[in-house]
Unconditional design. Structure first.
Length: 213
């Protein structure tokens, strides 16, 4: 997967976040600050502007993810900006200057993203955060690659595992973030960060499919 695919991923992610902006905000209204969808949509709009402004200078997958991360950190308020920012920056750093990214390299980059999120947010699986979607996705993706799955199957596995991880947060009690203040009342609500994570990883699958990868 080359820079064109990664740029298409970010464009697709921006579109799906915008399309689900109100839904994400409603999820956040139940257990958070009611701003997740609004903030994330604003951030990805800024990312598209930054990529457009940089133009040909952003010529590798790693550079695209690094610009995405830097922009989200600078433009998105709340917890989601730093968390998504570090995820994309760590993934970009892991990819380095490679012009083309294969599945194992992408898997390593997503593992680096997860490590960054966990380091910054101090969250583990089961805490009802974006980690529940991202950890499930990276684990399933790595397993699919080890089993010699086709790129399309592996990326679909990634996206479906992220979605399942997000759905699993409904029954959890939040142990991190603002939602944790609600205690048992946080049970029964899907975590907005896990949902947006699943949307973004679904956009990766869709962008790769559209490119015929």
């Amino acid at each position: 997967m080359d820079a064109q695919v990664f740029r298409a991923w970010i464009v697709s992610a921006a579109g799906v976040i915008e399309a689900n902006r109100d839904h994400l905000t409603q999820l956040d209204a139940a257990i958070g600050d009611a701003d997740h969808g609004i903030n994330l949509a604003r951030g990805f709009t800024a990312v598209l502007g930054a990529l457009e402004a940089e133009g040909a200078k952003v010529a590798t997958p790693g550079a695209i993810l690094t610009v995405t991360g830097n922009t989200l950190i600078s433009k998105v308020g709340g917890a989601s900006g730093p968390l998504y920012g570090v995820a994309f920056r760590r993934a970009g750093k892991a990819l380095g200057d490679a012009a083309d990214v294969d599945l194992p390299a992408l898997s390593a980059a997503l593992d680096a993203a997860l490590a960054g999120v966990q380091q910054l947010g101090a969250a583990r699986e089961g805490d009802k955060t974006m980690v529940d979607a991202l950890a499930a996705a990276t684990r399933a993706f790595s397993k699919a690659i080890a089993e010699s799955a086709s790129p399309d199957h592996a990326l679909n596995t990634l996206a479906e595992a992220a979605q399942a991880g997000a759905t699993a947060t409904i029954s959890m009690q939040a142990l991190k973030g603002r939602a944790s203040y609600l205690g048992p009342r946080s049970v029964g609500h899907e975590d907005p960060g896990a949902v947006s994570t699943a949307l973004i990883l679904g956009a990766l699958r869709d962008a790769a499919r559209a490119a015929g990868r």
